[in-house]
Design a protein around this ligand. Structure first.
Ligand code: COA
Length: 264
């Protein structure tokens, strides 16, 4: 099904592994095509309840956009490359099922941007994050200038992009780039544990959390039709209120039993 990804469904979790370890899983055109198809699969396959994105091999999550594809691009082609990358990362960011990055090594350039497009991130102790595009006379093009700023704040985002400094796992935790750091061997298990907790909750409400939290980043009213995140939250709260899962969740609480959510 994919040329550059390994993908398996394990107890409802779709584990997507970017599989170009010889090239440190660099994002070439084919990886983007495959990632796009994989997210369509996530959205359409009811067997898939959540997603982990990780990289093949012990060294890298993704070491960036594939630099060998940059040669000879003119301005329009470069803009088209960034636009396509951004569109696919938006699809990941807006997926209604939880998508978590398990960062198992270098997450540089487009790799850091891919991790940041996921809903949250865990990493192994050997992980290294960074936006080193300035070393190539470039800037991030797959949403990094925006998402890094949202995650670590303006000053730190400026410094990281301007210096190309690589952030290790301890610093990534301090900066809130990642939520947890684990030994490399336990990274996937810890990520699965968290997803199993999330998958025991009401799926419709999880999708609304994604919508509302993402909305918080859209300060530009041309994107959000002038609506504030608070107004969006009121609407989403109302949407949840009329679901079967809301009835089930509140009934289960009152009856002192575990809720059995169906996503309806
Ligand atoms: N694009 C294309 N190929 C890449 C790549 C990228 N972003 N990152 C690594 N590779 C390739 C290398 O060219 C090398 O291929 P080769 O064996 O055919 O020569 C292979 O992956 C292994 O990388 P190498 O550089 O030998 O490993 P290293 O351990 O010495 O260094 C890094 C690791 C991550 C520090 C280094 O590969 C690097 O700086 N990569 C580029 C990071 C970057 O600038 N990303 C942003 C791109 S916009």
């Amino acid at each position: 099904m994919y040329q550059t990804l390994l993908a398996t469904i394990e107890n409802g979790i779709y584990i997507i592994t970017i599989n170009r370890p010889d090239k440190l899983n660099a994002l070439n055109k084919q990886v983007f095509t495959d990632l796009n198809t994989a997210i369509d699969e996530v959205n359409s396959n009811p067997e898939i309840k959540s997603v982990i994105i990780t990289g093949a091999g012990p060294k890298a999550f993704v070491a960036g956009a594939d630099i060998t594809e940059f040669g000879g691009l003119n301005k329009d082609e470069a803009m088209a490359l960034a636009k396509r990358g951004q569109e696919i990362f938006f699809k990941i960011e807006n997926c209604k099922k939880p998508v978590v990055a398990a960062v198992n090594g270098f997450a540089l350039g487009g790799g850091c941007e891919l991790a940041m497009a996921c809903h949250f991130r865990l990493c192994s102790e050997n992980a290294k994050f960074g936006q080193p595009e300035v070393n190539l006379g470039l800037i991030p093009g797959y949403g990094g200038t925006q998402r890094l700023t949202q995650l670590v704040g303006k000053g730190k985002s400026m410094e990281l992009q301007m210096t190309a400094h690589l952030v290790d796992a301890t610093e990534a935790l301090q900066l809130k780039l990642v939520n947890h750091v684990t030994a490399a061997e336990s990274l996937l298990d810890k990520t699965k544990d968290i997803l199993h907790v999330i998958m025991s909750k009401a799926p419709f409400a999880i999708g609304k959390i994604v919508e509302c939290v993402n909305f918080a980043a859209l300060s530009d009213s041309s994107f959000n039709n002038g609506k504030s995140g608070y107004a969006k939250e009121i609407e989403a709260f109302g949407d949840c209120f009329v679901t079967e899962d809301m009835k089930e969740g509140t009934a289960a609480f009152l009856e002192k039993r575990k809720a059995n959510f169906t996503g309806k």
